[in-house]
Design a protein around this ligand. Structure first.
Ligand SMILES: [Zn+2]
Ligand SMILES: [Zn+2]
Length: 252
């Protein structure tokens, strides 16, 4: 194993868990920091043997590529464009593309899973809600929140940013984020999740094709849909994989 104490597996340890997914992925279309277009990302997923991915572009309250002065529907169209391009390509070549987004609230980032496009169009206050109100609404509609890289410190966080987790807001904690600048941010996230017995995930937080595959999850079966994927995460029917990037690409 990559790290037995944390339950982190390597790419060679997929026995019983052959279906791999990226859980944290951005596109150039909908994230300002995104570099590779969605279709190229999906092509790379296919080449690397992934079953699928959840597209988690930044939202209107984060680094989403959208015009904040435009009507709400237009902003959502822009936020969805990366997902839609990924889904189209995924349908063509057989990569399962699932929908999510990354909301940024009070300097904290929440991967939001399990809700549909209509949910976004019908809630024009979504980008302005404080974390607890946001979480209540998401949970009321059956959604799932992963607190992404909770202990990351970065230049783009607002001055009021505190590295803290709000109990009752998140449903899972991202204990390894390949985009974290320092290992200690992952260490702190793991220690927190362990102490709270939180459900854990890992994510590549990939913004370009070269970093696809750094932190991914493996499952015993193909997810029927995003809710099914959530249920496997919740019941811990999954494996967390961390892989040095050169190793992933050597394999192919
Ligand atoms: Zn980003
Ligand atoms: Zn992200």
């Amino acid at each position: 194993m990559q790290d037995e104490s944390r339950g982190l597996y390597s790419l060679k340890e997929l026995d019983g868990f052959p279906y791999r997914y990226e859980l944290h992925m951005h596109t150039a279309e909908s994230s300002k920091c995104g570099v590779s277009p969605a279709a190229d990302m999906v092509d790379e997923l296919k080449r690397l043997g992934f079953t699928g991915a959840v597209i988690t572009d930044h939202f209107v309250n984060g680094n989403g590529r959208c015009d904040r002065q435009a009507p709400w529907e237009t902003q959502i169209d822009q936020i969805l464009s990366g997902y839609r391009a990924a889904k189209k390509r995924g349908d063509e070549i057989g990569v399962q593309i699932l929908f999510g987004w990354e909301a940024s609230i009070e300097g904290k980032d929440y991967l939001t899973y399990g809700l549909d496009e209509q949910f976004l169009y019908s809630h024009p206050r979504l980008g302005k809600m404080p974390a607890r109100e946001y979480a209540e609404l998401v949970h009321e509609f059956g959604g799932f929140l992963i607190h992404a890289h909770p202990f990351r410190k970065a230049w783009y966080f607002p001055p009021e940013h505190k590295a803290e987790l709000l109990e009752g807001v998140h449903d899972a904690v991202e204990i390894y984020n390949a985009g974290n600048g320092r290992q200690e941010y992952n260490d702190e996230a793991f220690e927190y999740a362990k102490a709270h017995n939180s459900v854990m995930t890992v994510g590549s937080d990939t913004h370009w094709i070269e970093s696809i595959g750094a932190g991914t999850m493996a499952f015993p079966r193909r997810a029927k849909d995003i809710r099914d994927l959530i249920s496997m995460i919740k019941s811990r029917e999954c494996r967390m994989l961390t892989t040095p990037l050169d190793e992933i690409r050597q394999k192919k």
